[in-house]
Design a protein around this ligand. Structure first.
Ligand code: G6P
Length: 589
């Protein structure tokens, strides 16, 4: 999705805007732009391509806005890049204006000429239409005409030192940094420099003026806010060359921090909610959905509680399933994924008790849930989720164990081994040289499968997702039993099949899949913690995983696969932090 930034500084803000955009670039990298308000009015630079394209631009001025784009309306181009200028107004926007066509026709009828195909330029023209010297009032009036979602920031040519912003369904924060007062789409982008910040709620407005930040409700009445100091982003990326590689390296530390935080969490409200819960649901998207599958497996296996696990985008359009008192666990790294948020709103509207498992305690999801279990993966910048997945698994297992304890007064046998996860994750790094070799071997392949059974299915799906996202190779993650129901048709000489076999009760069944693949000339790679399973297998390559209780194996088995995807990406000459067409936080439907 797009990233927006706005500054009102005591000195020139151009450099700070550029730096913030570089940090926001994971939200979109189709095009980028900056508008600075100086002595002679706006100076604007906007270009198709990444933020680096703005590096040579400099303009004097203390008030400015910037944008990095993930195109929705209108192709990536210089014209469609933000900021959009309309008369005295410069605007940056993240979200979608759904009634833009009708508004555009109305404004064109009034003589407005548009330069871009974007819905956002329509909003800029609308603000200009209502602007009579009061920027916040004009923004409010313009937004009252708008259907859709937005995080928007505007500045006016005749109001230096002032900025107005608003949000609806797209995240927005405001705070004070070394370079001045700012609004921004995301906490990680400003975490290192922010002295304090606060999160805007839906339909709230922000005004920066006179050296102060004010938050307002829809009627422009002041809203009191709790400001906080965010945690700084890891600097490991500079050492590792990419955020994704750095974030894989951080998995042990992230697990350790999450364990510490979980130990302090009081889950009694969740346990009470489970007491009255008729049923349990889990909703999430992408990688988070795969961790929800692991939660489902754990509660079913250890507590005999079935969990209805839904992709959030499906859940919100399914018949209304939740009944009053049902427990709904929503998992989201960012806490801003539109489908997950809508699923939560729906569930709460139907009377469900929502537990959010998120890496972002200041997120919309945390604000809307009944209870938040905050994991401590640290800022995750790479588009492809890695360390947050490991921490989601840990947090969800912890939650499942607490719920089980509540029901039976005993913890599952694996509970005490959760503390071994950080060391086991680190031990899994020893598999990277073998993953290097496989990435080299498979780099030209057009497709591959990841197979597993039982608790390994979530790992198979996550491994395939990583390869798709980052290496841009078709990959499918499947229950191994599905192989002969269609997928086997594609297996031919050298076709890679990554097979997970960490559950002893299912090892023989997994070996059947290896035999079926081998018989067609496919190249099977087996991952297991069991020496005998690896030795007796007909797989052509074997990766010996660190030993943990079987229910916890997904947390370590995925690590060589995350790294494998990363390495495949490099082998194919691609940028791991910028997968094609994707964005870190999908804040539009
Ligand atoms: C996007 C990202 C994925 C992520 C998914 C859900 O698609 O590219 O990596 O898993 O959103 O994100 P969330 O923040 O809700 O976990």
């Amino acid at each position: 999705m797009c990233g927006i930034i706005g500054y009102v500084s005591e000195r020139d803000c151009c450099g700070a805007l550029f730096e913030a955009l570089r940090r926001l670039e994971y939200r979109g990298y189709d095009s980028a732009g900056i508008a600075v308000l100086g002595e002679g009015g706006f100076r604007v630079c906007k270009k198709r391509g990444g933020v680096a394209g703005l590096a040579s631009f400099y303009a004097e001025g203390k008030t400015g806005i910037g944008h990095t784009r993930w195109a929705t309306h209108g192709a990536p181009s210089d014209q469609n890049a933000h900021p959009h200028i309309a008369g005295k107004i410069a605007l940056v926007h993240n979200g979608i204006i759904e009634n833009h066509a009708a508004l555009r026709a109305e404004l064109e009828g009034e003589g407005v000429r548009f330069l871009s195909e974007t819905d956002s330029e329509v909003l800029a023209a609308l603000v200009q239409k209502y602007y009579r010297g009061d920027l916040l009032a004009a923004l409010r009036e313009a937004l009252s005409r708008v259907e859709g979602s937005y995080a928007v920031a505007v500045i006016a040519e005749d109001r230096p030192g002032e900025l107005a912003a608003a949000r609806y369904k797209s995240p927005l924060v405001a705070g004070k940094g070394r370079a001045g007062l700012f609004v921004c789409s995301d906490i990680p982008a400003v975490a290192q420099e922010a002295e304090y910040l606060a999160v805007a709620g839906d339909r709230e407005f922000i005004r920066i003026a006179g050296g102060e930040i004010g938050f307002f409700d829809g009627g422009l009445r002041p809203v009191p806010k709790v400001f906080f100091r965010p945690e700084g982003e890891s600097r490991a990326a500079a050492v590792c060359g990419s955020h994704m590689r750095a974030e894989i390296a951080e998995i042990p530390r992230a697990l350790q921090d999450t364990l510490a935080a979980l130990g302090k969490a009081d889950l009694a409200p969740c346990a009470r909610a489970l007491r009255s819960a008729g049923r349990v649901f889990a909703v999430a998207c992408g990688t988070a959905y795969h961790s929800a599958l692991a939660f489902r497996d754990a509660l079913a296996r250890d507590a005999g509680v079935p969990v209805f696990c839904y992709s959030a985008g499906e859940f919100r359009y399914s018949p209304p399933l939740v009944r009053a008192g049902d427990l709904v666990v929503a998992v989201s790294q960012s806490g801003e994924t539109a489908d997950t948020l809508e699923a939560v709103r729906l569930a709460r509207g139907l009377g469900g008790f929502v537990i959010a498992v998120t890496n972002t305690p200041g997120s919309s999801l945390a604000a809307e849930a009944d209870f938040t279990l905050a994991m401590r993966a640290g800022a995750e910048i790479a588009v492809a989720a890695t360390k947050s997945y490991n921490c989601q698994l840990l947090s969800l297992w912890y939650l499942a164990a607490e719920l089980l304890f509540f029901r039976t007064q005993r913890y599952p046998s694996w509970f005490s081994s959760l503390k071994e996860l950080p060391a086991a994750a680190e031990a899994a790094f020893s598999l990277f040289p073998e993953a290097d070799r496989l990435a080299d071997l498979f780099k030209e392949r057009q497709g591959m499968y990841f197979l597993g059974r039982g608790e390994d299915v979530c790992t198979a799906r996550e491994g395939a997702l990583k390869v798709k996202e980052i290496a841009r190779v078709f990959a499918e993650g499947l229950p191994a039993g599905e192989l002969k129901h269609g997928p086997l048709a594609l297996v031919e000489e050298g076709f890679p099949v990554i097979l997970l076999s960490t559950q002893r009760r299912l090892a023989a069944k997994c070996e059947n899949a290896a035999a079926e693949v081998n018989a067609r000339g496919g190249y099977t790679v087996l991952l297991s913690q069991y020496e005998d399973v690896l030795r007796q297998s007909r797989a052509r390559a074997a990766l010996r995983l660190p030993v943990l209780p079987e229910p916890l194996m997904p947390c370590v088995a995925v690590i060589p696969l995350q790294y494998f995807a990363y390495k495949m990406c490099l082998e194919r000459g691609l940028d791991p932090d910028r997968p094609k067409n994707l964005a870190k936080s999908v804040t539009v439907e």
